[in-house]
Ligand binder design. Structure first.
Ligand SMILES: Nc1nc2c(ncn2[C@@H]2O[C@H](COP(=O)(O)OP(=O)(O)OP(=O)(O)O)[C@@H](O)[C@H]2O)c(=O)[nH]1
Ligand SMILES: [Mg+2]
Length: 424
């Protein structure tokens, strides 16, 4: 039997046009995941569009609109196998209009590649994405400094931009110095899967080597079972089949489970991944599971499945440690934007602003401030205006991250540090 390699969900993030899709396309092409026929098809399309250069991004950006606009809109998931891992690569959009899709990707990922355009340096979404992946508990990060061709493959220019990126990454990751900062040209295929003589001064790993060197993702099998529901199907002859990624714990046939906040119970009849029945599934597995005793319309996206003996937490309110990423004016108690966490999306009210913190050190700057604004970190009490399941960061950190959105903007991101359990 073929050896089973550990699975890793890897997201590519970074500012619009930094070259995420091009890097992923290159990586998959050079390692044989895309064929010469795939490439020939794209070449034809490029000519039809009257473009000159080949676009490796087209391997990922497959919709007409994405190709016409030259931007990624939706997430694309690609399977990719190396010596060490079986990766699912998630190519996220960088454009600020599609940040909701990026957030969904971040909540699915174990590790991230941050792509920075070496010529432009740090841009708005370079910063925002770095913060967001940290909020969603991603611990391993590789930074690629792309478009080195535009910098003449110059070491000094690489060092300068690297230095500024390390400082920026440090805000979210104090261990920023321990990450790899790989200078690449996705366009020319330099330092993706093979080294070249263009940058003899660079002695670190290629992107592919850095991917293989990523530490094994943590698999919190010891924590209580939690499966946020992404979708629910009713399959003829089978029954109700919710699908989603196991975040923590183990699920197996025979388990008595409950979906919260919908508050309905059932029994697991079978667990499937990639159309195969499993004896059990654990963290990181994207599964469909057939549940006896529940109709399709009794549960929905945003519910979380857990064992009846240790059910998902439903809250009446919770305390969040947040950072305000962008807001045109100021936020005060009573403000009601939308909260996104795992697969749930609910309106929420700022009930109280407890204190303002120094975003760099976490020290208290002001108790009970009347307002908070862009750039501030704060401790706030949030009240979901519809039922919500969320967990405390020190209990199930994987389900404590959230984002607050309004007016098409990501207003804030944070973690749930305390909560009030809803009584039946
Ligand atoms: N010169 C140069 N251009 C590059 C390189 N990598 C990508 N590009 C170009 O940069 C543009 C944007 O590339 P994409 O890969 O679509 O960027 P992206 O980060 O996926 O963009 P979004 O998904 O829309 O956020 C394209 O025109 C690419 O050809 C590079 O290494 N050198
Ligand atoms: Mg893209």
């Amino acid at each position: 039997m073929a050896e089973v390699k550990p699975h890793m969900n890897l997201i590519f993030v970074g500012h619009v046009d930094s070259g995420k899709s091009t890097s992923v396309g290159r990586l998959l092409y050079e390692t044989g995941s895309f064929s010469e026929q795939d490439k020939a098809k794209i070449q034809k399309e490029i000519e039809t569009l009257g473009k000159v250069d080949f676009e490796f991004a087209y391997f990922l950006d497959t919709s007409g609109e994405e190709r016409k606009k030259g931007v990624t809109i939706d997430l694309s998931h690609q399977k990719f196998v190396t010596d060490k891992y079986e990766f699912t690569i998630i190519d996220a959009p960088g454009h600020v209009d599609f940040i909701k899709n990026m957030i969904t990707g971040a909540s699915e990922a174990d590790a991230a590649v941050l792509v920075v355009d070496g010529k432009e340096g740090i841009m708005a979404q370079t910063r925002e994405h770095t913060y967001l992946i940290r909020v969603f508990g991603i611990k391993s990060l590789i930074v690629v400094i792309n478009k080195m061709d535009l910098l003449g493959y110059d070491q000094k220019k690489y060092e300068d931009v690297k230095k500024s990126i390390v400082e920026m990454v440090k805000v979210s990751y104090p261990n920023a110095e321990s990450f790899n900062y790989v200078p690449i040209s996705a366009k020319d295929g330099i330092n993706i899967a093979k080294k070249s003589d263009k940058m003899p001064w660079y002695t670190g790993p290629t992107l592919l080597e850095a991917l293989n060197n990523l530490p094994l993702p943590e698999r919190p099998t010891q924590l209580p079972l939690r499966v946020p529901v992404e979708d629910v199907y009713s399959i003829q002859g089978v029954g109700t089949v919710p699908v989603g990624k196991v975040v923590s714990g183990i699920i197996k046939p025979g388990d008595k489970i409950v979906f919260e906040p919908s508050h309905v119970n059932g029994e697991v009849k079978s667990v499937q991944m990639h159309f195969q029945n499993l004896e059990q599934a654990g963290p990181g597995d994207n599964i469909g599971f057939n549940v006896r005793g529940i109709e399709k319309d009794q549960i929905k996206r945003g519910d979380v499945a857990g064992l009846v003996s240790n059910p998902p937490t439903v809250v009446t309110e919770f305390t969040g440690q947040i950072i305000i990423l962008q807001h045109p004016t100021a936020i005060s108690a009573g403000y009601s934007p939308v909260l996104h966490t795992h697969t749930a999306q609910v309106p929420v009210k700022f009930k109280q602003i407890i204190k303002k913190l120094d975003p760099k050190t976490g020290a208290t700057v002001e108790e009970n401030p009347a307002t908070i604004k862009q750039g501030d970190a704060a401790i706030v009490v949030l009240e979901p205006l519809k039922p919500l399941s969320i967990e405390k960061a020190d209990v199930i950190p994987q389900l404590a991250g959230f984002v607050i959105r309004d007016m098409g903007l990501t207003i804030a991101a944070g973690r749930c540090i305390d909560l009030v359990v809803k009584k039946d």
